[in-house]
Design a protein around this ligand. Sequence first.
Ligand code: PMP
Length: 371
Amino acid sequence: MTRIDDLPIRDELRGKTPYGAPQLDVPVRLNTNENPYPAPDALVRRIAERVAEAARDLNRYPDRDAVRLRAELAGYLSRTTGHPVAPEEVWAANGSNEVLQQLLQAFGGPGRRALGFDPTYSMHSLIARGTGTGWVPGPRTEEFGIDPEAAVAAVHEHRPDIVFVCSPNNPTGTAVDPGTVLALHEAAQRAAPGPRGALVIVDEAYAEFSHRPSLLPLTEGRPLLVISRTMSKAFGAAGLRLGYLAADRAVVDAVQLVRLPYHLSTVTQATALAALEFADTLLGYVEELKAERDRIVAELRAMGCEVTESDANFVQFGRFADVPAVWRRLLDRGVLVRDNGVPGRLRVSTGTRQENDAFLDAVRAVMKEIS
Ligand code: PMP
């Protein structure tokens, strides 16, 4: 039997494992920060209509530049952030993972490095590796925030070509304030290894769940500041695979140099357009999830857990001496949460009220067992 290590794969991939959380069939699945609400019936019908219409044209390649979709995404961003965004300042791809990969293909690569603040979304470093870009971990505070002085010092020390700021951050839930992003952006430009500056990518996958406004207005007059977004979380459309970015139109032009032609299928574009028609309804669910998230934080604290402040649709909690044992005990009670490898901590996604109750009951029981 041929094994992966027998293959002439790139050296940096040798011995590595693919990204992925367990996809286990358990009653309460709260491990991948999905939105627990299925699409409402009216949206399902609208998707069927739009996809049926699009199906007639499947003999043709899709709109390569996704013009209508980008216009609708620009409208959504303008409406929800109060900051005007033009369709030419938006780019879309198959999930924000692909958006990030395209950015690193265009702005990273061999001989270049990206800096991000660990613990953070692990795909940032994995996409760096996949594109041959170096990865430098930056510091976080004890409370998992970013201290502007320490962060700026790390940028000056490592002189990255790309800086990742994940806000709200996965897996900790912590948001970054605009002043810190501006300080990082300024430092990144001053310390940039090349004459044309460094790219700052703000990953706002969970922006809609935050107590704070989007960082999007910071892009004004800053062509090297990029905001990355997704329909996987707030729109409850993880299965759709639709991510997008907002940035200066030159950045949008740059990613078009590396995107595969026709990367966004006609079916994906039609489905995303249908979901965007229901943005207000779906944002109503987001409000419910935010209230549930705040309830989880309060109840875990009342049980004596240490809980990280959360601006996302998930909550980091602990501290546990034996994290894998607690994870397993919760699973034995039918509740799947995530061990992200952060010492002493687990992460739970916000589910429906019933799922959250089941999770909280399970934690209560486990806390009793281990105390
Ligand atoms: N950014 C962050 C911070 C995430 O947590 C995720 C999903 N877990 C993504 C990006 C990617 O999401 P998608 O590819 O589904 O848009």
